[in-house]
Design a protein around this ligand. Sequence first.
Ligand code: NAP
Length: 295
Amino acid sequence: MTNDLSDRTILLTGGTSGFGRVAAVDLAKRGATVAVVGRDESKGATLVERSSDLAGTIAFHQADLASQSTVRSLATTVKREYDQIDVLAHNAGLSAGSRRESLDGIEITLAVNHLGPYLLTYELLDHLRDAPDPRVVITASDIHRRATLDLDDLQLTDGYDSLEAYARSKLANIAFTVELDDRLPDDSAVTVNCVHPGFVPSTELFREASLPTRLLVRIAGLIPGVATSKQAAAERLQTLLVDPRYGSVSGQYVGKDGPADPASEATNQAVRQRLWEMSAELVGITSDWPAPSTT
Ligand SMILES: NC(=O)c1ccc[n+]([C@@H]2O[C@H](COP(=O)([O-])OP(=O)(O)OC[C@H]3O[C@@H](n4cnc5c(N)ncnc54)[C@H](OP(=O)(O)O)[C@@H]3O)[C@@H](O)[C@H]2O)c1
């Protein structure tokens, strides 16, 4: 792993808590400029303060990724404030306690975990292309294996189950990774991969879960060999963000031991193409992207 990251600018969503926060600090220790996105201003301010004596810098950008207009404003700010973005890391995620919709009228888990990354990538892809080793990385999860992408009811209007909604959004993350990789022009230097960080019960991901679920998570975390620490998960994420080994790897789902086969639905061409088109419609953009590179 490269130690000096002083020439790297990393846009990291979900860097205000959990293992994303650990990764943000580690990256800044190695000299990187880390632009952290989150909702919570006070957590952002604490993080910026924490980075004052580190080799690199952490900047905080307050944005609720459930809102499409906020995602667009965030992209405008990023393009204005950073000449170059080397890595676009979609790590923000939530597991909702019950079914609710975003201001745009979209089921919240799909909105934050899948459509946020989809739209932000669309908005920033050209900016990313200028970097020497441009990467898009998405934090997925092995829990995707329990889900199906019911494209006739993507937003679970019928028989909502919060775990199914979460697992489905993570399946969508992988399908998006594979489809974007397929669509990137052959001469594009941009790589796109997703990572399973492990089961990390010490984060705030389960904050909305019912008491029995939170207890179950707590107990499962005590079983030897089951839980991954925030530090280990952060290191797994960082490997995809900056390790030279992943500079030319693309379209992969990466677990503890490297690239792994995801559930077959994630790689099914018809499924991922339809998801792509539906996602474009839900965020109000053309599905005909990425545009061919001009260089
Ligand atoms: N924990 C696990 O076992 C596990 C396993 C597999 C995958 N993952 C994935 O890992 C990623 C990080 O999760 P974590 O476990 O570290 O959970 P966490 O502690 O809850 O962190 C989630 C992060 O996402 C941000 N976020 C949530 N909703 C957002 C929104 N609407 N707009 C902007 N930012 C938002 C949060 O920021 P604010 O609090 O500032 O809003 C926070 O920084 C997620 O994608 C999750 O799905 C976790």
